[in-house]
Design a binder for this molecule. Structure first.
Ligand code: SF4
Length: 997
């Protein structure tokens, strides 16, 4: 729980700073909508309010984030009184208006009380305050004293040109690096197609997606964009949905959404892809098949079955399905399948895409994602050697945290600590910054100027959406100040000037007007690509001779024991989300654990060792040992041990430090020899039960809905037949007298399509941000006192082949027409609004909690304490929503503040609220558009039509609660057992979920 307000040494922030942010930022943001002007530190009251500010309403700024997760995201930032209170996706960008949970939590990064509040010098091992003048002078002296290394995250657009120019001007070396890079994909595409690019995967056009371990709905490549595209392909309205087959040793979030899981042994993905390609080639024939027939010849289904653990019949079945698919696509592994063979797997998947006709349709090279040049892991290891040899006099680190995200075996962290001068431009005192001599803290992305190249020639513009919260400066401006102090000239006075100069030609004669409009509109803008332009973009480049003759080897069957599978999670990704309480408290999509690390073990591996979920186990490799509670999981192979990345920080802030462990300690630093990518997968592990248990809050009581029909799933053919036979009578209103006031034109309702929902949890975090929901910490979560108004329940359904399917069910207050909570409240604090909302009057509530006891959905939350956010986290609070105190019950009210805003706007315009005008926070951020909201009394509204569809049902509707939320059943190609609840199985049971080896 974030209940303290202590700061790291020398990093206190005063009340005066707080007033500066509110007053100055308010004045700044109020005047224009494309970046606050510099008004110094004067406080300017609204004696004469600026024209475009209406007190009590939000001003929206457009900008783009490139460090909020795996992909760049266009956002609209809602500003109130000069502070950002909410981020929403920009519909003009590839993320199409949606954001991930991690991106939603960016606000907690901006307002993180553990940000470095101003320049600091390390004196005698302690951080002491310094002035910017002294800090820049010291940095300039260090940079001017010898060869300097500048280490940043990958940059695109103007920033890439700027860093390169800075390095050239200073005689320095610039290295861009990110932990979960795409080295293997680039190396493989260079081999296969002569293009070291990241192709576009058009999942919306696919009718069969085969993921060889890519968790594309959570962390791989561009999960917000890909989740939306896949949801389009998965739609069941009037057509057969796309199939999803998942191949790999562990079911990730994407795996839980698949129709079929082929639990392949870790390391066998390449041979499996080739065996499937061979089956496809045999059936399809033609030129592509002839071209790769030699390389595929040894990879028969039978030969690969034993090594992979996937039966030959299933390999052949997948080949047959892909051969007959209209538009298939195969996706290569993410880092959970990245071993010493990483490049081979990517080449094998490229061959599969080639023979199945995916190139040019679902896999395209004509509009590739731009991610910037990045050093590989092997490059970083070589850099560590050079650091150790004393080649660099000074290292300037900015926005990268290699001391945490590289394994100790790389030697980078140790080498960094030994370098003569280390200047950190980090915004946080993370593991890398902790080894620095000087901290010159840089601004947050939301406080900075810039641009991001999304696709070649297509950019998003970044602008500061509020004045800096702390005494920080933009990273590029700090570098410029250092250059100027050394006496070097970059031709500009600040980075904003440099940025505008880059865009001046694109803007034309009236640049000022163009620039203002581009920033205000927040649309993507175009100009010639900044970097070296690749050869003319071909949609489907031919497969190279190198790939057609690639020296693949058939793996030997192995019984070497268990292997390690490390994977990133949607909440922490590479570790960057760990100091945000919203992310710590967002239940992991698969395990539902919060505030923890865990070690995933298959039931058949756990049982002989007497291990149950929560028991402490030790995992050892040749490189190291870690301990954490076990999570017994039927979605992992018995010979694999799964561990999530992102926890175990030793420095970073009060929320992250000391939570869980960092499994990178288990890696010996081996790299894939072809691409230089770090081998995250494949190390041999020893598992030991060491006794004892550790608290690991799991925010889900049962893995099964116990036949209560909460998470409902249909076979595709049943769903299609039902849809055809179903007659939608839009005129029919199923309104009971008590659902809402008959004279009210509105009864608000919601529909949630479980076939679209993938369980990503973005809606949960958006709800936290919108509704001032407190994070309560590990202990209270463990006591079941979490405050989330919305939870994603994850239920398993047994299948006829003795496996299981997963259905993710967002559960929130159902705004019952006949609400069990209402009649039991002794003080009428919970009552039924005329518009059918189950409202909650906070200042009437006396905290008896009768309502929560009587709620069958368990969605009401009680404030056991008064939760307070330390400054400046409290600046994020939404002023439209009351902050609740100890003793008060609370829960979802369909974002009633947004409903009221829309009603006021409609009233002012003299019309009723229109369908689609009210967008709840959860609905707005959902990448798959699973949620619809509107007026159930309008028979033509989207929510009414969804509610009357053939797949609609109400949760526990047999209780006659008359819920206003309609769920649409999930759809699968698997054969789900009717009424099956897997009695006695569960996460701790002994069944072997889906395996046939
Ligand atoms: S409803 Fe929520 S959990 Fe489901 S896909 Fe949308 S944002 Fe993710």
């Amino acid at each position: 729980m974030n209940n303290g307000d202590t700061k790291p040494n020398g990093m206190e922030t005063s009340r005066r700073d707080f007033l500066k942010v509110l007053g100055v930022a308010g004045a700044g943001a109020a005047t224009v909508s494309c970046g606050p002007p510099d008004v110094g530190d004067r406080l300017i009251p609204y004696l004469v309010p600026p024209e475009d500010i209406v007190p009590g309403t939000n001003v929206t700024y457009s900008t783009v984030l490139s460090e909020a997760g795996p992909e760049p995201l266009g956002v609209h930032a809602a500003i109130r009184d000069g502070r950002v209170i909410k981020l929403e996706g920009n519909p003009e960008f590839p993320n199409r208006g949606a954001l991930s949970a991690l991106a939603q939590s960016t606000l907690q990064d901006l307002y993180d009380p553990d940000r470095v509040p101003g320049p600091r010098e390390k004196v005698g091992g302690e951080w002491t305050e310094a002035t910017w003048e002294a800090a820049v002078e010291a940095a300039a002296a260090a940079v001017g004293s010898g060869l300097t290394l500048l280490l940043t995250p990958p940059a695109t657009g103007t920033a890439a040109a700027y860093y390169a120019q800075w390095a050239a001007t200073m005689g320095a070396e610039w290295v861009a690096w990110e932990p979960l890079g795409h080295e293997a994909m680039r190396a493989a595409n260079e081999i296969a197609f002569g293009r070291a690019d990241i192709p576009t995967y058009d999942l919306a056009a696919a009718d069969h997606v085969v993921s060889f371990g890519a968790d594309f709905l959570a962390t791989w490549l561009a999960p917000v964009e890909l989740a939306g595209r896949y949801a389009e392909a998965r739609g069941v309205e009037g057509r057969e949905p796309a199939r999803l087959t998942f191949v790999g040793p562990r079911l990730s979030l994407t795996g839980t959404n698949a129709d079929v899981w082929l639990p392949a042994r870790s390391g066998s993905e390449a041979s499996l892809a080739l065996a499937v390609a061979r089956e496809v080639a045999e059936r399809r024939g033609g030129g592509p098949a002839a071209r790769v027939q030699d390389v595929l010849a040894p990879f028969t289904a039978e030969a690969v079955a034993e090594a992979s653990g996937v039966p030959a019949a299933r390999i052949r079945a997948l080949g047959e399905e892909l051969a007959s698919a209209r538009s298939p696509v195969a996706l290569p592994p993410d880092i959970s399948g990245q071993g010493v063979y990483a490049t081979e797997v990517h080449v094998a998947v490229a061959i599969l895409n080639y023979v199945s006709g995916a190139l040019g349709t679902t896999v395209r090279f004509d509009d590739t994602a731009v991610r910037g040049v990045a050093a590989s892991y092997a490059d970083m290891r070589a850099l560590a050697t050079r650091l150790r040899a004393g080649e660099f006099r000074t290292v300037v680190t900015a926005g990268a945290n290699p001391a945490y995200a590289l394994p100790a075996a790389s030697g980078f962290g140790a080498a960094l600590a030994d370098v003569a001068n280390h200047i950190s431009l980090s915004s946080h005192l993370d593991e890398t910054a902790a080894t620095a001599d000087w901290l010159l803290p840089s601004s947050h992305e939301l406080e900075s100027w810039g641009d991001v190249e999304l696709r070649p020639g297509t950019y998003g513009l970044r602008q500061p959406v509020m004045r800096p919260v702390f005494d920080v400066r933009q990273r590029e401006d700090i570098l410029l100040a250092i250059a100027m102090a050394v006496g070097r000239d970059m031709g500009v006075e600040n980075y904003g000037e440099y940025l505008q100069a880059e865009w001046r030609d694109a803007g034309g004669a009236d640049f000022e007007a163009w620039w203002h409009a581009a920033l205000s509109d927040g649309a993507v803008v175009t100009r010639a690509p900044g970097g070296p332009v690749a050869a003319a973009a071909e949609t489907a480049p031919p497969l190279s001779a190198a790939a057609a003759n690639y020296p693949f080897t058939l793996p030997e069957p192995s019984d070497d024991g268990a292997v390690l599978v490390l994977y990133p999670t949607a909440q922490f990704y590479d570790g960057r989300g760990a100091n945000r309480s919203w992310m710590q408290e967002l239940p992991d999509a698969v395990t539902k654990a919060v505030w923890s690390s865990w070690i995933e073990i298959h039931p058949s591996t756990a049982e002989p060792l007497g291990i149950e979920t929560g028991d402490i186990v030790e995992v050892a490799t040749a490189a190291g040992t870690v301990r954490a509670p076990a999570y017994v999981y039927r979605g992992i192979r018995p010979d694999a041990i799964g561990i999530p990345l992102g926890q175990g920080h030793t420095e970073y802030g009060r929320t992250a430090t000391g939570v869980g462990m960092n499994p990178l300690e288990l890696l010996d630093g081996t790299a894939d020899p072809r691409s230089g990518a770090l081998a995250y997968a494949g190390a041999s592990v020893e598992l030991t039960a060491v006794g004892g248990r550790e608290k690991m809050p799991i925010m889900q009581g049962s893995d099964f809905d116990l036949d209560r029909e909460i998470g409902e799933m249909l076979r595709v053919d049943t769903a299609l037949a039902m849809a055809q036979a179903h007659h939608v009578d839009l005129a029919e209103l199923v309104e009971a007298a008590w659902d809402s006031d008959p004279s009210s034109p509105y009864r608000w309702g919601m529909s949630i399509d479980l076939n679209a929902c993938n369980g990503c949890g973005a809606c949960v975090t958006a709800c936290y941000a919108e509704n001032n929901i407190p994070a309560v910490g590990k202990d209270l979560c463990d006591q079941g006192r979490e405050m989330s108004w919305m939870q994603i329940m994850r239920y398993y359904e047994e299948t006829e082949d003795d496996g299981f399917q997963t259905v993710h069910v967002p559960v929130l207050c159902q705004q019952c027409g006949d609400a069990p909570c209402e009649p039991v409240c002794p003080v009428y604090a919970t009552y039924h609004s005329p518009e059918g909302l189950n409202a909650q009057v906070y200042n009437r509530c006396v905290g008896t909690r009768y309502c929560a006891n009587n709620c069958p959905y368990k969605v009401r939350r009680f404030n056991w304490y008064t939760y307070e956010d330390p400054y400046p986290l409290n600046l994020q609070l939404n002023p439209d929503v009351t902050v609740r105190q100890k003793g008060v019950m609370e829960k979802c009210t369909f974002c009633v503040q947004r409903i009221n805003r829309a009603k006021l706007d409609a009233k002012a315009a003299g019309r009723p609220v229109e369908d689609g005008e009210i967008v709840t926070a959860c609905m707005q951020t959902c990448p798959t558009q699973a949620i619809r909201f509107g007026n159930l009394k309008d028979p033509g509204s989207a929510v009414s039509r969804a509610a009357k569809g053939s797949r609609g049902y109400g949760l526990l509707a047999e209780l006659n609660t008359r819920p206003a939320v309609t769920y649409l059943k999930a759809v699968t190609y698997a054969s789900v057992v009717e009424g099956g609840h897997g009695g006695g199985h569960g996460a701790g049971g002994a069944d072997h979920g889906g395996e046939e080896h």
